[in-house]
Ligand binder design. Structure first.
Ligand SMILES: [Zn+2]
Length: 211
């Protein structure tokens, strides 16, 4: 991950408009209009049906949409590559290399780039494998199955350690996020059946459980 995708939705960390708890799905807080520099308000624009950051000075409506996180389940022989996070959230926990897709980038190119940045590994034969929708934090996760090209890897800047794991050695209780656990569980189940397919899931967490 290139930044902290969940904590920036935490109203306690916001410097601009304080969003009510129901609004934690809004990806980014905004205080000033990026067009004219005046203060924005958060309300439903005329003719719309949901709240937006709106500049009453110049009339600009600042639409915000979910962000995409893309990454790789990289395999070398019969082992999978995991990296230990060096940054919050979930520092010290194991994850798959992944991060925010950049503008102008394909999802596969983003997964390859994040894999290089986080674990200094080159991958090939990317195939879409899992897709998770997380509306409560306005994020979509895409993980690709991929092959390590040369078996070489090393920790990137946001990574403490990188290692290849046999199924029996996966640190299930030290995984950073449920989407990582789910992707690995699908992988080992599909591998045992020798039949891989794309797995898509919606992970909806109610406000009562989340907070
Ligand atoms: Zn404006």
């Amino acid at each position: 991950m290139t930044s902290n995708p969940s904590s920036e939705n935490d109203p306690s960390g916001m410097t601009g408009i304080m969003l009510p708890p129901l609004m934690v799905g809004i990806p980014t807080c905004m205080k000033y209009c990026s067009h004219c520099g005046k203060t924005v308000v958060f309300r439903i624009p005329e003719g719309d049906n949901r709240e937006r950051f709106l500049c009453e000075s110049c009339g600009t409506i600042h639409y915000q949409n979910p962000r995409i996180i893309t990454g790789c389940l990289a395999v070398w022989e019969d082992r999978v590559l995991l990296c230990k996070r060096a940054i919050q959230p979930r520092s010290g926990f194991w994850t798959l290399p992944a991060g925010f897709l950049e503008n102008g980038e394909t999802a596969t190119a983003g997964a390859e780039r994040e894999t290089w940045e986080e674990v200094r590994a080159k991958v090939a034969k990317l195939e879409l494998y899992t897709m998770f929708s997380l509306p409560h934090i306005s994020q979509i996760y895409l993980f690709y199955r991929a092959q390590l090209i040369d078996g070489i890897f090393a920790p990137g800047e946001e990574t403490d350690a990188v290692s290849l794991f046999h199924e029996a050695d996966i640190p299930w209780d030290k995984l950073a996020f449920p989407v990582i656990r789910d992707t690995l569980q699908h992988y080992f189940r599909d591998r045992a059946n020798n039949e891989f397919r794309v797995h898509a899931a919606d992970i909806e967490i109610s406000r009562d459980i989340r907070r």
